[in-house]
Design a protein. Structure first.
Length: 433
């Protein structure tokens, strides 16, 4: 029997081993794929150099030419090394320290350290380096983890890995300096390896607790799908991380976090602050930007969040944790949060890349057609244009596209034949590697 090996492409067509109804098919045509991937990267790169201006450290970037908000992470680790963690809850003092240290005296560019103290365990090593090499190391690590996240879903497909690393969401993550690559790897590992390795999945969930609101909603989704063993394993692991942070930095940072940081953020986000809401792509932000009150925004947000979480959980149970279902699940978790920013879309990028450009047995319908696929792929860089016209177009589009993707996947799952292994038993057990 002759084996055929195709050259690496953004879409790898699979030779059918079942009737035509079960044949794997590319999500969109090859030419459109390449246009979306490389065109999206080119547009993101232009935005990066023209709008973010990495060489100008007195405007958007702070301290380093990449990772605008990495200055928060580096400063947190540095203050931990210096024993000055009380400065993390001194709004004026914290911003004065950053302005003085990095010569970034912009009164309209204020920031706050918003993370729980156990994240400092991972930030201190970066603070031992000067901020510029630390920022580049942080960026390289997160882009590498995006690559590794794709491999959790698609094994060895360099074209898909390249597409994910060139995505607008990853370029935006690099510009803002957040750790979407790490969160993507942890979340995808939990979703695809919980049944085989619940103890490691629980440790990954514990690591995600450095972003507590995300870990909480993610845990709720796991409960909906019956993957409770990972949650049980995560509890002692999280307790160990908190205990280590108390041993290293004392109890006071935790007291400050509960008494100052959490109320501060709740207050800022409940008020109508355009500069805060315009970088957010949740349904809550869209409702607030359209002029509705905070109670209305929260009510719609939580109702929508419950619908998409339950819907994604039903798909996971019925269809198995295929790459498409993983993409839907991660986007549902994000979309359930009142606050998630454009750079957080990097968390779904590895799964979205495989869902859009990869092919799996039994998937004979595109994950999304070209228009919604393009809108979702380009959403992180379209936010600036949406803000310019003062309409929350991107946030509303993401909310609608998620519902559309869930509907299409439900239809595909319902139409799947017994020979379509992508929706049968094989889809429920991802590779153990």
């Amino acid at each position: 029997m002759r084996a055929a090996c195709d050259r690496p492409r953004l879409v790898r067509k699979m030779r059918p081993s079942s009737p035509p109804t079960g044949r794997a098919r590319a999500a969109i045509t090859s030419a459109k794929q390449r246009w979306l991937v490389f065109g999206g990267f080119a547009f993101s790169a232009v935005l990066f150099f023209v709008v973010y201006q990495p060489r100008n450290l007195s405007r958007f970037m702070v301290g380093a030419p990449v990772g605008r908000d990495f200055v928060n992470f580096w400063t947190g680790g540095y203050l931990a090394l210096q024993g000055r963690l009380d400065l993390l809850v001194d709004f004026a003092g914290y911003n004065d320290f950053i302005a003085t240290t990095f010569r970034h005296d912009n009164p309209f560019d204020e920031r706050v350290f918003s993370y729980p103290p156990h994240i400092l365990l991972f930030l201190v090593p970066f603070a031992t380096l000067p901020i510029i090499p630390a920022a580049f190391l942080w960026t390289a690590l997160n882009v590498w983890l995006i690559d590794r996240s794709v491999r959790l879903l698609a094994r060895d497909d360099p074209a898909l890995r390249l597409a994910a690393c060139l995505s607008p969401a990853v370029v935006t993550m690099v510009a803002f300096g957040h750790f979407g690559g790490a969160l993507a790897f942890l979340a995808i590992y939990v979703l695809t390896r919980t049944d085989a390795r619940p103890h490691i999945a629980g440790m990954c969930l514990a690591l995600m607790s450095v972003k507590p609101q995300l870990a909480l909603v993610f845990g709720i989704f796991l409960l909906f799908t019956g993957r409770w063993r990972a949650i049980l394993w995560s509890l002692p692991a999280t307790a160990c991380l908190i205990g280590l942070s108390v041993a290293a930095f004392g109890v006071k940072p935790w007291v400050n976090f509960v008494e100052w940081t959490m109320p501060f953020h709740a207050k800022v986000f409940s008020l109508y602050v355009h500069e805060v809401l315009r970088a957010v792509v949740s349904l809550y932000s869209a409702v607030r930007l359209m002029g509705f009150s905070a109670p209305v925004g929260y009510g719609l947000q939580y109702a929508y969040g419950m619908v998409v979480l339950i819907g994604a959980a039903v798909l996971a149970v019925r269809c198995g944790m295929t790459p498409r279902v993983v993409a839907i699940a991660l986007l549902a978790v994000l979309a359930s949060l009142p606050y998630f920013a454009n750079y957080d879309l990097a968390i779904i990028t590895p799964a979205l890349t495989v869902a859009l450009f990869g092919s799996q047995p039994g998937e004979d319908r595109p994950f999304l057609t070209i228009v919604p696929a393009s809108l979702l792929w380009m959403a992180p860089v379209c936010l600036a244009a949406s803000d310019a016209i003062s309409l929350p177009v991107v946030a509303l589009a993401i909310a609608a596209i998620l519902l559309l993707a869930m509907y299409r996947q439900a239809v595909a799952c319902r139409r799947a034949t017994p020979s379509a292994q992508g929706f049968a038993v094989a889809a429920r057990v991802m590779p153990a590697g």
